[in-house]
Design a protein around this ligand. Structure first.
Ligand SMILES: [Zn+2]
Length: 415
């Protein structure tokens, strides 16, 4: 044993040992009980140290497929690198490095050597375990990478075989019972009617009152989006996030318009939108009806673009209507908190960012032998409910209407 080149752990290290060396080294655990636990190794006849296990395992050559569950459990227990069992494995690496004199300790660190050699019976394990993990991590990966290279395709074969021979296991989802929003639905209708009455009560004698139309228009738009969320039961689905993001943007825009509250800015908002209608119209005007997008009607666009003035005189403005980003708009309107809470993450669902796609489309396979890969799941209907957020943004927008055209008191309550 003295001359044994034992500077690490792993199957390829064990494979390089002679039968005598192997038996001497692992002698203490080569008993019936341990060999019974290790019997699943026979599932993998190409492990580098197979020749040694073939001598000791009774079921070698006759693997039991049921043993894959034991391998899976072992990997599952160690998937979290700070788990107790994972720490035990990392301790084995630390111990091998200590015994191979690859780590030099100062005399005052003798207690550390005692704790490593005597693990888990020496010292306070609440301190010993973290120090073992830290020490193992400090060794870095080169040796393990060299080990993997030496093992060649074995590691890959292990995962390929394990995945091929075992089934996916869909992790159970947290089932969220969908809340009953029928009371909100009733309030939406009465609130919409009250807002329509309040709009009609305004004595405006301007043909195109940009301030009036935008203030109430955005508020009506918010209520319709909320109604869409409620009636489509989409608060707990993907659509709820997309709707909420639009609501956050609308609220910030109206907050900004109210903050500035200048005729030119109200007009700028309105003219930009009209210009967008003209731009869209010009892009489809020469298309045959069979080439038109299904959601667009050419006549509707022409009418929208012509509503305030002849289409020929409408300017087309590119970029942002306010010449600033929504983030800047939110800061100017003192609504940065709304931007941070409701706009950023929800935008990921609008843009199809990876995390949103992952959250919406995929479930996790819980089979540790599959390395927790993703599998497409049924459409998610159990996301956290966006409805309370949508109600809040709607009420905050009604607050803006109340400030611009006092007084408007109805709000939507959520129990
Ligand atoms: Zn799987």
């Amino acid at each position: 044993m003295k001359d044994l080149k034992w500077d690490g752990i792993g199957h390829s290290r064990l494979a390089s040992l002679t039968e005598a060396e192997f038996d001497a080294l692992l002698g203490p655990i080569l008993n019936d009980e341990t060999l019974s636990i290790l019997s699943p190794l026979s599932l993998y006849p190409d492990i580098p140290d197979a020749k040694h296990w073939a001598r000791h395992l009774k079921n070698w050559g006759e693997p039991d497929p049921e043993d894959y569950s034991i391998v899976g459990m072992a990997i599952g227990l160690n998937s979290w690198h700070q788990s107790e069992t994972a720490t035990d494995i990392r301790w084995a690496r630390v111990l091998s490095m200590v015994l191979a004199a690859k780590v030099i300790f100062q005399p005052e660190m003798k207690h550390l050597v005692d704790e490593i050699v005597g693990y888990p019976d020496v010292g306070d394990l609440r301190k010993v375990r973290p120090s073992i993990r830290a020490m193992e991590q400090s060794f870095g990966a080169p040796e393990l990478q060299a080990e993997a290279t030496q093992q060649g395709s074995w590691t890959e074969n292990f995962w390929t075989q394990s995945k091929r021979e075992t089934e996916c296991y869909l992790l159970p989802r947290n089932i969220v019972s969908s809340a009953d929003h029928s009371e909100i639905s009733r309030q939406i209708i009465s609130c919409y009617r009250a807002l329509a009455k309040h709009f009609n009560d305004q004595e405006s004698y301007v043909v195109a009152d940009a301030r009036l139309d935008a203030s109430f228009g955005i508020a009506f738009y918010m209520i319709q989006l909320l109604a869409t969320m409620i009636h489509g039961r989409s608060g707990s689905r993907l659509e709820g996030r997309i709707i909420l993001r639009t609501m956050a943007e609308c609220h910030i825009v109206l907050s900004y318009l109210k903050e500035i509250d200048a005729d030119a800015t109200w007009a700028q908002y309105r003219n930009y939108g009209t210009g967008q209608a003209k731009l869209a119209f010009l892009k489809i005007v020469d298309l045959d009806s069979k080439d038109l997008p299904s959601f667009v009607k050419k006549d509707d666009l022409e009418e929208l673009a012509n509503e305030d003035r002849w289409l020929e005189f409408v300017d087309i403005d590119l970029g942002s209507w306010a010449k600033m980003s929504l983030r800047d708009m939110s800061e100017r309107a003192k609504k940065k908190d709304i931007y941070d809470k409701y706009y950023g993450w929800a935008s990921g669902y609008v843009h199809g960012h990876w995390s949103a796609v992952r959250d919406t489309v995929f479930d996790l396979c819980g089979n540790p032998l599959h390395r927790f890969h993703r599998i497409p799941g049924p459409p998610r209907i159990n996301m956290a409910d966006a409805t309370p957020d949508a109600v809040k943004l709607t009420n905050l927008t009604l607050d803006l209407v109340n400030a611009l055209y006092p007084s408007f008191k109805p709000r939507i309550k959520i129990s």
